[in-house]
Ligand binder design. Structure first.
Ligand code: EPZ
Length: 429
């Protein structure tokens, strides 16, 4: 089983290039099936989540061709299967095919997604939206079935700000008859990118990026060529790695506006931030200072950055408080971090962090994607050797993570045997 082995204590210095946004790509790939014409997508990250989504799409009979590591051509004119059974375990976001197929074919079926390591993750708001548009939605034998003679535009109020529900309902409403309004919509950059993609196919969507999205249904969508935005969370992860390792990293190919809440926190923690049109430089020359964070829907501080900032605050002077307001179980990694010497007490949805001078190397296990990346950051700061196991979670959403870190000076390698582990330790003794 692959794992990362790390020798910590080296400040990360240099430049890193950010890839395409995973959470935009997953939605965009699903929506590419909504036309019978060919769709060309570029700047798609080469990660296990996006690759699993491509497999799910291909399994329905769509034509999928990788034209490069980061580009794909999709033609959905030959789709013959409207129920996706095998892929939900591999990729939760395959439920986006519900909205896509309901919009285009007025019928769709997907295995009900289970919860995951960060919370229950219900999809009641998705179902509420589909039902409001006139679909019959039922759950039988673990499969969500949605179908409609036709979809009629509706005024939908989301009870909770949900990225997935906003995206899924937008897809179905795009090909409904008449107007749909989605209130309390999610405003994340990947929601806006997704709306822009659908509009490039001939959809009529206004207001993405605000609380109210207005959609005028269209009969058909046409092919398009589209380039996905940079990944806000991959960029934020490297920003936090610069802070935690007292390094100096220029994060290239980003949209600084998408990173404002992260930059603001890093400035509060004593880092210097230099922004240009498509890059952000983070410099951390002295020990970080404490601050308090509450995760919120965009433009608030992203929940997907919560583990990473907790790791950095675990080394800051003073007491910090991190409150997780989006998911109900997103502090599981704190037990692992404690084994590296962190002094953190979790009370419900709040972590009370007493900064320590250093972490010490240990063997830890990644409980989920972002927590796994955060534990790698902790290991990069730690005294001595660490190994991070279950890195398949990390590779779901970070392309070439160890390679990019090595290029910043990190002593990190992916190994799959004790022999290679020992070789690394001898080389870096
Ligand atoms: C997306 O998940 C992201 N995944 C998550 O990123 C991210 O953490 C999350 O949005 C919040 O930004 C993808 O885009 C593939 P939500 P999603 O619906 O859409 C509740 C990562 O690390 N809710 O915005 O599933 C839900 O339980 C992943 O890349 C309902 O109650 O998140 C949560 O408390 C992790 N009913 C809150 O809303 C619903 O029908 C926000 O969830 C839907 C959601």
């Amino acid at each position: 089983m692959d794992k990362y082995v790390i020798k910590g204590g080296v400040p990360l210095v240099g430049e890193v290039e950010i890839g395409g946004a995973k959470n935009a790509a997953l939605a965009i790939l699903a929506a590419a099936t909504m036309t019978d014409e060919t769709v060309y997508i570029d700047n798609m990250p080469d990660e296990s989540d996006t690759n699993a989504m491509l497999q799910a799409i291909s399994s329905t009979g769509a034509f999928v061709e990788r034209t490069g590591r980061h580009s794909v051509k999709i033609n959905a004119s030959q789709i013959h299967t409207f129920t996706i059974e095998d892929y939900i375990k591999k990729i939760r976001a395959s439920y986006y095919l519900l909205g896509a197929f309901l919009g285009k074919y007025k019928k769709a079926g997907v295995v009900l997604p289970s919860g995951c390591n960060i919370g229950l993750r219900p999809i009641d708001q998705h179902i509420k939206g589909f039902t409001a548009l006139g679909a019959q939605v039922s759950i039988e034998h673990g499969i969500i079935d949605a179908h409609a003679d036709k979809l009629i535009g509706s005024h939908i109020y989301l009870d909770v700000v949900s990225v997935g529900a906003t995206i899924n309902i937008m897809m179905a409403a795009t090909m409904a008859d008449g107007k749909t309004i989605i209130e309390n919509a999610a405003k994340e950059p990947h929601v806006v990118d997704f709306a822009n993609f659908l509009n490039s196919m001939g959809a009529n969507i206004k207001g993405a990026g605000t609380d109210v999205i207005r959609i005028k249904g269209v009969e058909k969508l046409h092919g398009t060529e589209y380039t996905i935005i940079p990944d806000q969370i991959e960029a934020g992860t490297f920003m936090m790695a610069a802070a935690a390792t007292k390094g100096d990293i220029t994060i290239k190919n980003v949209i600084p506006k998408h990173l404002e809440s992260i930059s603001a926190k890093l400035i509060e923690m004593g880092c210097q931030i230099h922004e240009s049109d498509d890059a952000v430089r983070v410099v951390a020359t002295k020990r970080l200072t404490n601050t308090h964070v509450k995760t919120l829907p965009y433009p608030g501080f992203p929940t997907d950055m919560q583990p990473q900032i907790t790791v950095a605050l675990g080394l800051a002077s003073g007491i910090s408080i991190v409150t997780e307001s989006i998911f109900e179980n997103r502090f599981k990694y704190v037990d692992e971090l404690t084994r590296m010497g962190a002094c953190i007490k979790v009370e419900g949805s709040t972590a009370i962090i007493e900064g320590v001078d250093k972490y010490t190397g240990a063997t830890v296990s990644a409980p989920d994607l972002r927590a796994g990346a955060a534990l790698v950051i902790a290991a990069l700061t730690a005294e001595g050797f660490s190994s991070v196991e279950d890195i398949m979670y990390i590779e779901r959403g970070y392309e070439d993570f160890d390679k990019k870190l090595r290029e910043l000076g990190a002593h990190i390698e992916k190994v799959d045997s004790d022999y290679d582990m020992q070789k690394f330790k001898l080389k870096n003794a």
